[in-house]
Every structure is written in structure tokens, then in C-alpha cells.
Design a protein around this ligand. Structure first.
Ligand code: ZN
Length: 339
């Protein structure tokens, strides 16, 4: 019996030492100390021994059992310590490693140009207002002196919702809404979106952006318009920029003009961008038509005003050297990151 006990103890000591996981330890515990384990089997044999020998062997077996328990729990503690150490070293943070920077968003070039334009005109005393993009025919055409047979009303140019409701084709209806709602002096700008059923190409898009300006008061003259836009051009394109006005026709202004600025690329010497003219057309402008003033209940003999409207997409393209308007609307991150 003494020899058997010593043999089991040695074998167990070896196996416990070799065990690498707590699962293996659990198996060993079953093998030696379980109800049908090796130690239990020796206990069974006690009954066949003589009383003296039985007492002595019983003591040995109890000692063996206690030592086995102790070996297993000591080894279990070692394994758990080792597992904790490994987990900690896996999860260590290397504080010397450079951090990962989350990509920072920024404003779209159209928003940046809108902000810049607003800043310039707000400094001159204008106030920014807005109005609905789904508009009544009356505000989009009728009140702006655009007669029923005018080509702009063609179904091919305008997105109609019903006969009387449409997507505004310019920001000008907000001029009418503003004049209806208050008395002069009025100095407002209208930044916003407009819609025309143009086929899409490098310079046309069915949705585009405008900034409209309107000033109405006693004694507003064409020279006020010229001065306002000359200052705007210097602020927006640079101090050497000049403006020129070419006679034109718009139903809602009289007289009307198309406004050019000296070419941003060649400074007026002539290049491919300005088709060798030295000038770039950037907006339409004029004195508010007397009939438009009458339509909102103003007396054109007493009040006068000027209005202008610029295509913001074109300004973005000129400012950032973009050759295709579609790039401004496609939200391609490669393009947006590049400008
Ligand atoms: Zn040029």
C-alpha cells in the first residue's frame, strides 16, 4: 500500500506540473480524486486489510488525498497568474505610438462661397433672407413682370408641380415676398437654390445656386448698383478686379445689364477661359421695373431700386478652377478633398 501511495503521488506530481490549463487540472482532479478515481479505489481496498494495517494505510491515503488537493490548487493559482499576465501584456497600450486622427469634415465649396458672399454684402448693410423653393407661379413669374407668353414659362424650362405651383426657376420670387412684407428702405440678399429643367452638362445642372440682391428706397440710382457691384468684385475676386455693364433685357428690370468682371485667369489680357476677351460674365442686374414695384403696392414715382442675381456655382468654379459643374453636386470625396 505504501508503495502504491508513493507511486500515485509521484505520477500525479509529474502530471500536475505538466498541466498548462485549468481544464487539464480539472481532468487530473477527476482522474485521481474523483468518486471513481485512483485514490478512491485504494480506499475501497482498505476493507480487505488487517485492522492494524488498515489504520496505517487509511492515514497514508488521507495524507495522499490532502497532498493531491494541495498540488492541484497550487498549480491552479500558478496557471491563473500566468493567464492574467499574458492577458495584460496583450492588452497593453503603447503610449509612444502615434494616435489615429479622425478625418475632419469641412464646408462644401458652394457653402464656403455663399458664406463669403454673405459676409461681403452684410458688411455693406444688406440682410440675408430666404423663401420657399416650391413656389407659386405668381411669385416666380407674374409679379416679376414675366408675361404669359414668355419663353421662360415654357414647360421645357420649368419644373411644374401643378399649373400654378412650380420649383422656383430663380431666387427672385423672394424679392416680391420681401417687398410685400415690409416698407422701404429695403436692402436684402437672397442666397438659395433654384431649378430649371436643363439637360445636365459641364456648365448646366437642373439644380443650381443663386445669390440675389435687392435695394429699394427713395432715390436709388443706377450708379448705386454700379458702386455696390464694383466693391463686391474687388472684395470677392481681388483689389484689381474691374466690372463692366453691357445693356441687356430682363422683364423685371429696366434698364437691364449683364455684368462682367475682368478675367480671374489672365487679369484682362485675354486667355482661353475668357475666350480672349479679358472679361467673364458673372451676373444679371438692373433697376427694378416700375411694374414690379406697382405689383407690390409701391409707387414707382416715389421709390426706386436695383436688383442683381449671380450664379453661385459659376463663381465657385471660377474661384476654385473647377471646369465641370457636376463635380460640385456629386459629393465625390476625392474631388472635395482636393479643393
Ligand atoms: Zn482670361
Amino acid at each position: 500500500m505504501r508503495q502504491q501511495v508513493a507511486a500515485i503521488q509521484d505520477a500525479m506530481a509529474r502530471e500536475v506540473k505538466a498541466a498548462g490549463t485549468t481544464v487539464q487540472l480539472d481532468e487530473l482532479r477527476r482522474k485521481y480524486l474523483g468518486r471513481k478515481g485512483m485514490v478512491a479505489r485504494l480506499f475501497d481496498e482498505l476493507s480487505r486489510l488487517e485492522p492494524d494495517e488498515r489504520r496505517e494505510s487509511g492515514r497514508l491515503l488521507n495524507e495522499l488525498k490532502a497532498r493531491c488537493e494541495e498540488m492541484i490548487s497550487r498549480r491552479r493559482a500558478e496557471i491563473e497568474r500566468e493567464e492574467t499576465r499574458q492577458a495584460l501584456s496583450r492588452e497593453t497600450i503603447d503610449v509612444t505610438m502615434p494616435g489615429r486622427r479622425p478625418p475632419l469634415g469641412r464646408k462644401h465649396p458652394i457653402s464656403r462661397v455663399f458664406d463669403e458672399l454673405k459676409e461681403i454684402f452684410l458688411r455693406m448693410g444688406f440682410e440675408a433672407v430666404d423663401g420657399p423653393e416650391v413656389e407659386l407661379d405668381y411669385y416666380n413669374f407674374e409679379a416679376l413682370n414675366i408675361p404669359h407668353n414668355h419663353p421662360a414659362r415654357d414647360i421645357q424650362d420649368t419644373f411644374y408641380v401643378t399649373d400654378e405651383v412650380l420649383l422656383r426657376t430663380h431666387t427672385s420670387p423672394v424679392q416680391i415676398r420681401t417687398m410685400e412684407g415690409r416698407r422701404p428702405p429695403i436692402r436684402v440678399i437672397v442666397p438659395g437654390r433654384a431649378y430649371r429643367s436643363d439637360a445636365t452638362d459641364a456648365s448646366h445642372s437642373p439644380v443650381f445656386h443663386q445669390l440675389e440682391g435687392l435695394a429699394v428706397d427713395r432715390g436709388v440710382r443706377f450708379s448705386d448698383l454700379r458702386g455696390t457691384l464694383a466693391l463686391w468684385a474687388k472684395e470677392f475676386f481681388g483689389p484689381d478686379t474691374k466690372v463692366r455693364f453691357r445693356p441687356h433685357y430682363f422683364p423685371f428690370t429696366e434698364p437691364s445689364a449683364e455684368v462682367d468682371v475682368t478675367c480671374v485667369m489672365c487679369g484682362g489680357h485675354g486667355c482661353r477661359l475668357c475666350k480672349m476677351t479679358g472679361w467673364l460674365e458673372v451676373m444679371g442686374a438692373g433697376m427694378v421695373h416700375p411694374r414690379v414695384l406697382e405689383n407690390v403696392g409701391y409707387d414707382p414715382r416715389e421709390l426706386s431700386g436695383f436688383a442683381f442675381g449671380m450664379g453661385v456655382d459659376r463663381l465657385v468654379m471660377l474661384k476654385y478652377g473647377v471646369s465641370d459643374i457636376r463635380l460640385l453636386l456629386e459629393n465625390d470625396m476625392r474631388f472635395l478633398k482636393s479643393i
